[in-house]
Write a protein that binds this ligand. Structure first.
Ligand SMILES: C[S@@+](CC[C@H](N)C(=O)[O-])C[C@H]1O[C@@H](n2cnc3c(N)ncnc32)[C@H](O)[C@@H]1O
Length: 210
């Protein structure tokens, strides 16, 4: 999703809206500093697993009902998608309790983050901003991007599509707002594609002022 290199990870990474995914567990297992924030980190591992189990069937049914909307390359088919998601959940949960104690998982939510300025080399945010454009306003997106730019030297957001598979209506206005702050951004292609046409991320460079 983010075309990450080891050098980029070595600068410290924040996963914003990390959810029940194994990104932070896997990055910290490679001995890089990784922190995830999400409001669901209020809940216990049992509660998070129960929530996943309660929604898995409907997620699978939605995907099966819209076969033309998906690209089966990384995930070979809907069943493999669910199996991969479950493996990510398991990887996350195995790290969750020690990670809470060690400050790797932090209950927090955009648009305000509990970190000092420039705490991370990179912040990533997947399947939250832009994807939920119908629920999250343009102002929320702009405030969230400003906050991510405050805490990290670079920000990457994936995907740029909404849930209905159209480019987010907020993308252009968000980029203009960032440009008005003097922050460069670019749309870059990535290898990962699940939503058809969803193989792009936004990169924002708060450190690179015009
Ligand atoms: C669809 S999940 C994506 C999880 C993970 N990033 C991934 O790609 O698999 C969206 C996540 O965003 C979290 N979330 C919702 N509102 C948020 C907010 N205001 N700030 C941070 N995370 C939020 C949800 O709790 C959920 O875990």
């Amino acid at each position: 999703m983010f075309s990450l290199s080891a050098v980029e990870l070595s600068r410290g990474v924040l996963d914003c809206g990390g959810g029940p995914a194994s990104f932070t567990a896997e990055v910290s297992a490679c001995n890089y500093r990784a922190v995830a924030i999400d409001p669901i980190y209020h809940y216990t591992s049992q509660e998070i697993r129960a929530r996943f189990d309660a929604t898995a069937d409907s997620m699978l049914a939605q995907v099966r009902a819209t076969p033309a909307d998906w690209v089966w390359s990384y995930h070979r088919n809907p069943e493999a998608l669910l199996a991969n998601r479950r493996a990510a959940l398991d990887g996350f949960l195995a790290d969750y309790d020690p990670g809470l104690r060690e400050g790797r998982y932090v209950e927090a939510k955009l648009p305000a983050l509990p970190f000092d300025s420039a705490s991370f080399g990179l912040a990533v945010c997947s399947h939250l901003l832009f994807l939920y454009s119908d629920l999250l306003s343009l102002d929320f997106h702009i405030e969230s991007l400003r906050e991510l730019c405050r805490v990290a030297g670079e920000v990457r957001i994936f995907p740029l599509l909404t849930l209905s598979g159209k480019q987010s209506p907020h993308l252009a206005a968000v980029r203009s707002a960032l440009q008005a702050k003097g922050w460069e951004s670019e749309v870059a292609a990535v290898d990962y594609e699940l939503q058809r046409g969803g193989n792009q991320m936004l990169r924002v460079f708060p450190d690179r002022r015009h």
